[in-house]
Design a protein around this ligand. Structure first.
Ligand code: UD1
Ligand code: CA
Length: 466
């Protein structure tokens, strides 16, 4: 088996992005571009992966962690110079080296694997991955001789008129014989319009040395899209979005309007789940089978079990157990844990709270720092008063209890099983099982008071005059 190495070029700043964030860290469907590249490379059973970092080196290393080794390119003198920085880590090894850029997020593991195979089958020292672009502007052009053999790669800024008309482009992905690569890199110069050491110049060097240079042309240009500015970023995101969405549809998920459904790369969805337009599923969200996710819901890093209904709601770091439902217009905040078949209605906010099986929190309620048992009814407009201005306090409510509408439950407080809170109560003391707490001012009826009410008085006078 030939050893396989990879070098990811990720040292550039990406001036054309006009951003504080380093180019390769811009996310595409929830994941930084360079991480997409790494993930697809990893699937090819690599012996070593080296990422060349420079601008934002620390941030890039934080993002990719120990999945790759790093080499620093302190000054960005071009892609050829960048690859040379990996020499101390890889230079003396036998094997094949794949090179990819951190700003081409759409390449698939399959394409990389095909490139390795093609490279081996041609017995080449270098194989460039090419594609046909309708609009090749900005890419390096593949210049072939009359026999169709690749002679050189010419960068956009160095093209003459004839070369500029060539539609076959360099995707920025290559496979090299590892030792030959570093040998040739020492021979390139920066004698070009950008004054940079171009990796692409090694092709011409191999040609001159009479070594076999090959080109593997891929069918789908969109996969090779390089992101240099925000327009390309949005185009790459659109391609990635459709790729993700089609995969879910193939797996049995109904997307009513896939163009307008935004699902991050790592999200998982079970079959027969229906997702309406405008939904955003982000981060590491996992959704079960037979769920319904209604229009414009946004779900971040949450777990949704089977048969759950989410209607126009916003969920972050929450869990909804099977057959529960929420919405419209409710908010689950971190550590909201909604029990089996529980009902969270409209305008309800839940934070760091467990809602037990079959419990109903129907309307206009805040539940924070609380543990609610099963089969409880929480009336409209209830507030779990959890914060005293300094600390948060916890409330427990036992099974089968009833909280009347408009109650304030001032934590910390224990409400036992089968307890009853009368509507409008402000609860500050614990309630025992089978008791009712009523904690509100007594109603006083003032005889004839209405007639003293100034507006009413005026109305009565006016009526008399008619
Ligand atoms: C490069 C190729 C071009 C190809 C295109 C495909 C060269 C000379 N040109 O052009 O033929 O069509 O990709 O997308 O290779 N980088 C470094 N250090 C540097 C310079 C760049 O690490 O000194 C990294 C960048 O972070 C980026 C990648 O290399 O991830 C490509 O650099 P970029 O400047 O975007 O090259 P292009 O002009 O797109
Ligand atoms: Ca680029």
């Amino acid at each position: 088996m030939t050893a396989k190495y990879a070098i990811i070029l990720a040292a550039g700043q990406g001036t054309r992005m006009k951003s504080k964030l380093y180019k390769v860290l811009h996310p595409v469907c929830g994941k930084p571009m360079v991480e997409h590249v790494l993930t697809q490379i990893e699937k090819n059973d690599m012996d070593e992966i080296v990422t060349v970092v420079g601008h934002g080196a620390q941030k890039v290393e934080e993002t990719l962690g120990t999945r790759t080794k790093y080499t620093l390119q302190a000054e960005q003198l071009g892609t050829g110079h960048a690859v040379l920085q990996a020499e101390s880590l890889l230079g003396d090894r036998d094997g094949m080296t794949l090179i990819a850029c951190g700003d081409t997020p759409l390449f698939t593991a399959k394409t990389f694997s095909e490139l390795f195979e093609y490279h081996k089958s041609k017995g080449a020292v270098a194989t460039v991955l090419t594609a046909k672009a309708e609009n090749p502007f900005g890419y390096g052009r593949i210049i072939r001789n009359e026999l169709g053999i690749v002679e050189k790669i010419v960068e956009q800024k160095d093209t003459n008129k004839e070369e500029a008309a060539v539609k076959e482009i360099n995707t920025g992905v290559y496979c090299f014989d590892n030792k030959e690569l570093f040998h040739a890199l020492h021979k390139i110069s920066n004698d070009n319009s950008q004054g940079e050491y171009y990796l692409t110049d090694v092709m011409e060097i191999f040609q001159q040395e009479g070594k076999v240079v090959a080109a593997y042309r891929m069918k789908d240009f969109s996969e090779s899209m390089g992101v240099n500015d925000r327009i390309a970023l949005s185009k790459a995101t659109a391609v990635m979005r459709m790729r993700i969405n089609e995969e879910h549809m193939r797996n049995g998920v109904t997307l009513i309007d896939p163009q307008n459904t935004y699902i991050d790369t790592d999200v998982k969805i079970g079959s027969d789940t229906v997702i309406e337009p405008g939904v955003q599923l982000k981060g590491h969200t996992v959704i079960g089978n037979d769920c319904f996710i209604g229009a414009h819901s946004e779900i971040l890093d949450s777990v949704i079990e089977d048969n759950v209904t989410v209607t126009a709601s916003y969920l972050e770091e929450a869990i909804m157990h099977k057959e529960s439902n929420i919405g419209p217009y409710s908010h689950l905040r971190p550590q909201a844990d909604i029990g089996e078949a529980a009902h969270i209605g409209n305008f309800v906010e839940v934070k760091k709270a467990h809602i037990g099986k079959n419990t109903k929190v129907g309307h206009l309620t805040y539940v924070g720092d609380a543990t609610l048992g099963k089969e409880i009814n929480v009336g409209c407009g209830t507030i779990f008063v959890n914060y005293d201005g300094i600390n948060k306090h916890h409330t427990n409510v036992g099974d089968y209890s009833f909280i009347g509408s408009g109650s304030n439950i001032i934590a910390p407080v224990e409400i036992s099983d089968h307890a009853y809170v009368a509507a409008g109560s402000t609860i500050t003391d614990d309630i025992s099982s089978h008791d009712m707490a009523i904690a509100r001012g007594r109603q006083v009826n003032k005889k004839g008071y209405f007639d003293h009410y100034p507006v009413a008085k005026a109305a009565i006078e006016a009526e008399k005059k008619q």
